[in-house]
Design a protein around this ligand. Sequence first.
Ligand code: HEM
Length: 500
Amino acid sequence: MMSDFSISFPLTFNAQALLMVVATYLILLHIFRYVSGPANLPPGPVGYPVVGVLPLMRHMPHLTVQRWWQRYGDICSMYMGSRLVVILNSVDVMRECFVNQSDVFAGRPWNYFRKLTKNKGIVFTEGEVWREHRRFTMSCLRDFGMGKVCLEPKLHEETRCFLNELAKHSGEPFDITTYLPKTVSNVICSIIYGSRFDYNDDVFVANIDALEESVRKQTMLGIINFLPFLEVLPKILPTDKVLMRNVNMRDEYAQWQLDRHRESLDVENPRDFIDAYLTRMQNMLEQAKSSTFHESHLRRTIQDLFISGSETVTTTLKWSFLFMVLHRDVQQKVFDEIDRVVGSGRLPTMKDKTRMPYTQATIMECQRVGNIALFSVPRCTLADCVVNGYNIPKGTWVFVNRWGVHKAPQYWTRPNVFDPTRFLNKDNEVVWPDTFIPFGMGPRSCPGESLAKMELFIFFTAVLQAFRLELPDGAPTPSLEPSVGLNMSPQKYFVCATLR
Ligand code: HEM
């Protein structure tokens, strides 16, 4: 007993002393960071040594950020871990940064995900690579039907497959969101690869599962973006292996598709995005022009489009169907408009959309209330700048409080009430307020906006044309508390879809 004590006491004492020294050092370092850091930063919460405000954001971060807006104003700054971060809260300040000073705010931070994607493609690149790839992608998406009537047959084919799956459950409680990722991904796949996939195709299912797994795991890894000294962790943790396996799997599949496309390429008749890209590469080579077009960027751009084009629309539809179950009066009004304009003999088209203001407004309200992302992909300043009189140094990470804007009482009357009519004027026409920003703003806003709007309208309207969505008898009301991770999605819920 005695000897136990005599050995452990000095050790305990030393450990305590060491802890005290480390804690004092960290607190001093924390104070030093503020005293010696950039002057005249926007105000914001102080946070803790080393981790900054991260612990304050653990639970319901969107509500925490909303409180900071009220307390510190339209732009606030803070340290998340070791990163200096600004959060843009008001629409005016977002416009100042992303439109008026768009060149300065067009960067992406060098975070874990950017390193994972090796600085290729569109989403995580900057400068000439980003500019050329974004311009090319947008024109390609338009050529292959984005926002145009010629994409409708593809959307209708996909809609029929989706409706067939729903019909199999004929009124029984089921998770309507099970099929959504496949339905939605198939649209972007048919633009990239030129064809859709069967819902049971092994490779397709593996890619969809890998995407969902990556979204879940990236939440855990998000923290590493703010604490770079933890970057060794992923190399040890199984999470990194899973992410790398998924990235490599998609990369290998993209390469396989690329090889198949090259074998049958007809530069006069590009069939899809890959053909168009290969043609551009060939043209550049023939004209001996220097360009950023390269197979490695093509493989990554395919992944960028697949991920951005699948997750976002899927999550929006998950929220939309949930809101329809919860707001039966709204669902009934959408039914009435569908019956009046489309009827039941054919699928809805984009031409119908202009004559269906209530349905359009309902989809917009689903987007407003069911915000799908807390911050989306962060930006990074490419030079020192001044915003609202505050200094923002080069290399600052920039987040957008999109959730807050869509819920702010200064922008919306009764913001917590689900009311599609807020998007209709007195002549029953759809109005798009400046404060409604689901697709971002400025030159780095969503390049897939028109495609997303088409998909949301056709899928949403077609489901409500065919089915009445209800809660299963006796089921508790599903929670509206989002599951906050890389995106903000509704918690799992079950519905009964009865043929109308
Ligand atoms: C409801 C659906 C969607 C929403 C709400 C949405 C939202 C957004 C937002 C807010 C951004 C801007 C991020 C920033 O400011 O830096 C963005 C970027 C992006 N989106 Fe979407 N998006 C949707 C659908 C799509 C689709 C269908 C595609 C596929 C074509 C797509 C492709 C992209 C890409 C590639 C970027 C990165 C752009 C860049 O970094 O320049 N999105 N999206």
